[in-house]
Design a protein around this ligand. Sequence first.
Ligand SMILES: Cc1cc2nc3c(=O)[nH]c(=O)nc-3n(C[C@H](O)[C@H](O)[C@H](O)COP(=O)(O)OP(=O)(O)OC[C@H]3O[C@@H](n4cnc5c(N)ncnc54)[C@H](O)[C@@H]3O)c2cc1C
Length: 544
Amino acid sequence: MDWQGRERFTIFDSGFGDGARFRAVLQAWRADPERPARLHYMALGAGPLPGFRRIPQADPAVTLDLLNAPLDAALAQIDARLDAIRLQDIAGSGFARALARLAAPGAVLEAHGLTDTQAHALAGAGFGCSKGADGAIHAVFTSRKPPSPWARKPEAERRAIVLGAGLAGAAACERLCARGWQVTLVERHAEAASEASGNQAGIFMPLLSKDDNIMTRLARAAYLYALDYWSTLGGVGDVITGSRCGVLQLARDAAHAQVQRAIAQAHNYPADFAQWFDSAEAGALAGVPAPDGGWLFPQAGWARPASVCAAMLAACGPGLGRRTGVGDVTLERRDGLWSALASDGAEVARAPVVVVANGAGALQLAQTAALPLAAVRGQVTHVAAGQLPALARVLCREAYVTPAVDGWHSLGASYDDDADPSLRATSQAANLDKIRSMLDDERIGIDAPLAGRVGFRCVAPDRLPLVGALPEAAHAGRVERLRQVPRQPGLYGLLGYASRGLCWAPLAAELLACQLDGDALPLEAELATALDPARFLLRARRQM
Ligand SMILES: Cc1cc2nc3c(=O)[nH]c(=O)nc-3n(C[C@H](O)[C@H](O)[C@H](O)COP(=O)(O)OP(=O)(O)OC[C@H]3O[C@@H](n4cnc5c(N)ncnc54)[C@H](O)[C@@H]3O)c2cc1C
């Protein structure tokens, strides 16, 4: 293979097939002493769930994306520079201009089964074509067009401070270290996962909707990525404390069940992703009456967030330095670098890049205080095993309850609009009420002592995370587009994980790492845009 002397080489293939071509390219890349440092293979897949899917690889130098979308739709959503393109038996001719938008200067193209019209379209779009003896079209992209305006510049120096050692920060450390960055993790507590990420058990599951909206697509991409990613770390139930025991989400009432049935019919999900069951089967799966049926997510379950953080930090290797137990840190930009300063002014760390992953702490940090984030109190209740029916899987409706873990069920969590950090009886009573109603047993937890944990979720108005360069709100002026919003140099956010931190953390960290390195994104461009921390500035402006 001619790697064209590139440091990173990105291939687009119009069909993944059985993966034989990907494996052959991988073999050629491994065997070649002149190979580029990073290999990225993206191919249209025929997966049963729509959307781009990044498949974590054991070798961090290799990236594989399966794009489950028709060709034109996929090309419109790719944010990458393509060095090699392979097409086979494709339809239409709109692909030619789309490829010209993505092709790097000098990119090579090989196409099989093209019509003359399609070959002309390629030539017209800047591909210098010739026909080989095998009938295939071979082309080089010769256009001198400037790169597309959204081509990102990678950060020049790969050194970062990650502020916050919860799920968001630990995932950022792992994804950056895997790419060879030098990272200093800064945390006010002595231990990681001491705040929102400190619950005994959190649940992970996908989200469904009739119109498969942006939130649903993002949540699905994050959930599927997280499942694969945790496996590369050693697995849930092994290195990660938890279980992929399945989550059964019960319908609230007959009307809710009706909507769920319509969703099941419209989307025909693969059985290992989501299955709808009517009353009798759902009741058998739940072990309690389920009069309105429910969804089974067979691969979902619960995990202890602290063990996920520990696994991610352990995977970082020598690229990670830790400055924990340093108290509340502030950030200051000095001579083109960021300094993390302790309350006595002492410098804790210094780097050209900062990833702000400090959860609800972002509300107090000068650089993020203007973001429309809220700290939402939540209380999880712990009930001793034996006080509830033995559960084979997580059950949820208005609240969730886990199987007993080390002798305790976790249930909840409350959503309260105050900042009380202590456990309180009213939140526990509200949690227990919901579980009693779901399990149809008035006696549950009657004598349960006050037990559980309080935490604060970091929540954005649209409940989506914030991933990317942080805006310079004061200098935004009258901008109309996200790419016109001025950003604070070297300052990035991983915030707003709300109630889904387990699932968001891996994909959001991968997305940010790609942005920092100027790599192709693991998501459709429109989904990545939906996470841009500057989105609220534009929305506010449009409402003016
Ligand atoms: C009650 C409750 C139940 C939940 N249940 C689930 C669930 O079932 N499933 C699920 O996926 N998610 C759940 N969540 C959400 C999940 O816990 C969060 O989304 C996730 O933990 C957020 O991780 P984070 O790293 O952003 O924040 P955190 O875990 O809060 O980490 C931020 C870190 O930054 C540090 N920090 C902040 N400011 C500073 C500073 N100035 N200087 C130094 N350090 C600083 C903090 O000490 C903290 O360690 C729940 C949350 C709550 C509160």
